[in-house]
Design a protein around this ligand. Sequence first.
Ligand SMILES: Nc1ncnc2c1ncn2[C@@H]1O[C@H](COP(=O)(O)OP(=O)(O)OP(=O)(O)O)[C@@H](O)[C@H]1O
Length: 643
Amino acid sequence: MNLRVLPEEVLLARLPVHQYRAWSRAWGETTRALFQGSSPSTESIEVFARLTGTPVDRVAQARASSERLEAMLALLAPEWARRALEHDGRCHVSKLPGEMMGVELPVDEEGLRHWLLRLKQREQALNGFVTQDIQLLSQLQVALEHARSQQSVLITGETGTGKGALAKAIHVMSGRKNFVPINCTAIPAGLIESELFGSKRGAFTGAQDKPGLVAEAENGTLFLDEVGDLASEVQPKLLRMLREREYRSVGDTQPHHTQARFIAATNASLFHSVAEGRFREDLLQRLSACHIELPPLRNRPGDILLIAEHVLKEQKHSGALTEPVRTLMNRYDWMGNVAELADAMRYAAVASQGEPIRIAHLPDILVAQAYPPAGTASQIILTAQVLSSGDTSELQDTFPEALDAVLQEASASPPPVTNNQEVDELVAAFVQLAFLWPGNTAPLTPVALEKALDQLRTVSLLAELRQQLSTGNFPRAVTDSVHSRLNAELQDVKGPPLLGMAIQVLMQLLGSDEPNDRSALLEWALKFQKVVPLIVHVAQAIQRNTRDEPPPVTALTVRPAKEMHFTRVPGTSDWLDKRNHPVVERAIRRAEGVKQRAGELLQIRSTAHVTKVIREHGLEQLCTDLTQARRAGRRTAKGGDRK
Ligand SMILES: Nc1ncnc2c1ncn2[C@@H]1O[C@H](COP(=O)(O)OP(=O)(O)OP(=O)(O)O)[C@@H](O)[C@H]1O
């Protein structure tokens, strides 16, 4: 049975651990998508098929007739299912972290040893080539499968996407001897033939007996970089060599045989070049026995920080990036792809002298291009991040004016919302600010809660900071005064961020099963002045319900003291009242995607995780109550209409 739903197999034989994690995350998300709702999307079936190496129609059929992953696996892999049922120790369906399911693979020890050996080899090979992009991972899979063959590989992709790095990885995997690169652009047309094939003494002026790069790559790999620029007179000779594994040195009459393996790379479209007559079609066919197209970095944004950390570690740096830097890196348009990213990180590693990378350590061009325009929500996010990163010298050095503008704007009125993206960013800004609330696991007392409620008005908190910043002396005194003021304010606000919890409650509500189009919700709910009071209501509800409890109350266990309905909590009905009700209704109906977006921005990968956080914080009951209250409110409103 060619079914590869085996994280263990991936772990042991197919991918190194960090890539296995990406794989298993995709696996988890896909299986969840498959089993959420009644009919799974075509996309999730396709992804599942790709991940498992099972034909799409078989997956679709199996899914149609099973309600659980185990049952589906039983259809696709009955032998495993039988053994799993019989509790065969080495074959069972097991739960992986993050509620994922996996099937453990029965392997004999000999096989396991063999796999481990191969794993080690692969890890080494792909050490310098990191990705979590699922499409690229499957391309790598193809590459690795071809590694040991003698077939030529053609790697295409924009400049700096890592063609050379991948060629090297394939070479290492092949277990061959030398890796001999040649850049076909760099060598003049007149010289390339002798460079490649070698020459006989006297073949041309100054010619010596010289073996070429093909000979050097015997039993190894010849990497033809920028092959699209290969001189047209050399193309037939290369073709002959690929076909017959034979070539002649310049000036030599005797043919030589070669066992070299050829990997070619280009950022030009060879298909175009063929159409324009600049590249031979038969040569292209020969070179591309296995073709891998490397996607540009903009199509795999999840790789940006992963590769950045990897490059930093290569530079013996800890790999730590401050939050604002992460934001800027994600905003930057990496035209030069991984090569540009790697250069930027090498620069930052030197500039930071081992400290976590801050904005000031990044190349100027990156900061200038990626820094969001003044007054936008994105700028608020960034500002909030900088403030919370505890290193305001970054701001003073680099953006005092920008910060001032942001804070002024934010305190005067919510940033203007011009389009959906801006609205999204506002949400993000708000959620970010909420999550920046300093917190720890010490008890949350009612007094502290009172204070926290005051501070829930994030905008006024920012305004206060602005006040502090504008009256203080740059640089140290300001920082100190801001910090001491904040510290005094927040001193006894302990526990996980209250505002964050409240937002999660809100998101849980808004992310209820109603589908699609979030713009009305966003327009209504996610402007600061409207969300803040709502959040405060929720927070006050928590407070009221905890007041009866003798303090201290640990925030981690903040939950209604007894079974209660949210509608009974005084002060909460006004957001469900007639005036707001239709708006809330509409908003909730259009809420799909908010949790996900917020989750993404918080680097919480799945909505399930957000839900988990809510669960962990004991807010589930509150959510249920809120949802019931909403439904009850809806019924009342309908009843009212009928009257
Ligand atoms: N996936 C990756 N993981 C880690 N480092 C990478 C990755 N891809 C590329 N790099 C690094 O980025 C740099 C540029 O990569 P490389 O030279 O292979 O790109 P290229 O596509 O061959 O560029 P060009 O088109 O200019 O020849 C190298 O330092 C390489 O090690």
